[in-house]
Design a protein around this ligand. Structure first.
Ligand SMILES: NC(=O)c1ccc[n+]([C@@H]2O[C@H](COP(=O)([O-])OP(=O)(O)OC[C@H]3O[C@@H](n4cnc5c(N)ncnc54)[C@H](OP(=O)(O)O)[C@@H]3O)[C@@H](O)[C@H]2O)c1
Length: 324
């Protein structure tokens, strides 16, 4: 099978190679999936360039996320699963076999049946972004009737955070930069879209909400003052990304606001919570509550360019099309 891999970390053009490899066989409890689309996340790129240390066991086929069809099952997996169309999550987390290959093996619960009417492009985009958005929003209780602020509502995680929060009955405000991202956030269903570069975000969000209950935060340091200004007493801020090395908190106002900051790294979330989240994300997709961002599709032979597009912060989702 054709597969992209790296054996050492470094720049995309220096370390990514496309080779012919023997197809992996599914082990006990595993399925093998013929991949259609492989979704790329910033974390795939950070692992490949060494920013995020991760062990390379001889070689690494990159990418956590993807969509495809099960073509073989290992012992302990019902034979009826062969032929199922599935979306994959965290394929490369503890395995050499990521989704940037014609075939990939994963534990069977990481291959989630995808309803026929959900497009491949959405299936390949769900993994890390939708699970992260889910785990930012749902562990802290019901969202019905709450006011949620999503920082960066046109980013991959932010997009699904807007859609999942709306699905769960929240009023959603989001911040973006520029008209193209504003349009995407509106299409995702945000009730208020603020361009944080050209508008007064505090004034706009205060006019929209008497107090934000939940924040899904991509830039916790840059947005600390904004969050402090718009949050309700007892609000919960869930930070899933690092924009600066440190966050300095003014202690007295933080204490009196009763705010809670929770940090999330989806790769370290309890496995049973992620398995459950994958089911709920699939249900939301099945009901039409989730949509795909604009897709930027590359062939496997152009994987280095695809990684560079992610590094450049392209708007939308970058995928490798294994059928090309
Ligand atoms: N902890 C976890 O489990 C986890 C999971 C997934 C992703 N991540 C990390 O989270 C980050 C985002 O991932 P992603 O896949 O969503 O990336 P993405 O698709 O590139 O989206 C990032 C978004 O954040 C926006 N942004 C940046 N600074 C902002 C600010 N101050 N206010 C509002 N929006 C801002 C960007 O837009 P503008 O710059 O145009 O505003 C962009 O739309 C990456 O660093 C990724 O590694 C962490």
């Amino acid at each position: 099978m054709r597969a992209a891999l790296y054996t050492r970390t470094g720049k995309a053009g220096d370390v990514l190679r496309v080779l012919d490899l023997a197809r992996p066989d599914p082990g006990h409890g595993e399925v093998r999936v013929q991949i259609s689309l492989s979704g790329i996340n910033p974390s795939d790129v950070k692992r490949r360039d060494g920013q995020t240390p991760s062990r390379i066991d001889g070689f690494q086929v990159p990418h956590m996320d993807g969509v495809g069809r099960i073509d073989a099952v290992g012992p302990g997996v019902p034979a009826e699963r062969v032929g199922q169309r599935v979306w994959l999550w965290m394929a490369a987390l503890s395995s050499s076999w990521g989704t940037a290959a014609e075939f990939c093996v994963v534990p069977q619960e990481q291959a989630v049946p995808l309803p026929d009417h959900v497009p491949d492009e959405l299936g390949a985009s769900l993994g890390v972004p939708a699970l992260t958005a889910h785990q930012c929003l749902f562990p802290d209780g019901p969202l019905q009737g709450t006011d949620v602020l999503v920082a960066g509502g046109a980013g991959a995680v932010g997009h699904f955070a807007v859609e999942l929060a709306k699905w769960a009955g929240a009023r959603v405000a989001t911040t973006v930069s520029g008209p193209a991202k504003a349009e995407l956030a509106s299409q995702a269903g945000a009730d208020l879209v603020v361009d944080y570069r050209s508008q007064d975000a505090v004034a706009e969000i205060r006019a929209f909400s008497d107090g934000i209950d939940r924040v899904v935060e991509v830039a916790p340091a840059a947005n600390w003052e904004l969050n402090r200004a718009v949050c309700a007493t007892g609000a919960r801020i869930v930070a899933y990304s690092v924009d600066r090395p440190t966050l300095e908190l003014p202690l007295l106002p933080s204490l009196t606001s009763l705010v809670t900051i929770r940090f999330l790294l989806i790769y370290r979330a309890p496995r049973n919570a992620v398995v459950q989240a994958a089911q709920e994300v699939t249900a939301a997709a099945a009901r039409g509550a989730l949509t795909s961002l604009p897709i930027h599709s590359y062939s496997l032979s152009r994987i280095a360019e695809a990684h560079q597009a992610v590094e450049a912060g392209v708007t939308g989702k970058v995928v490798i099309d294994l059928r090309k």
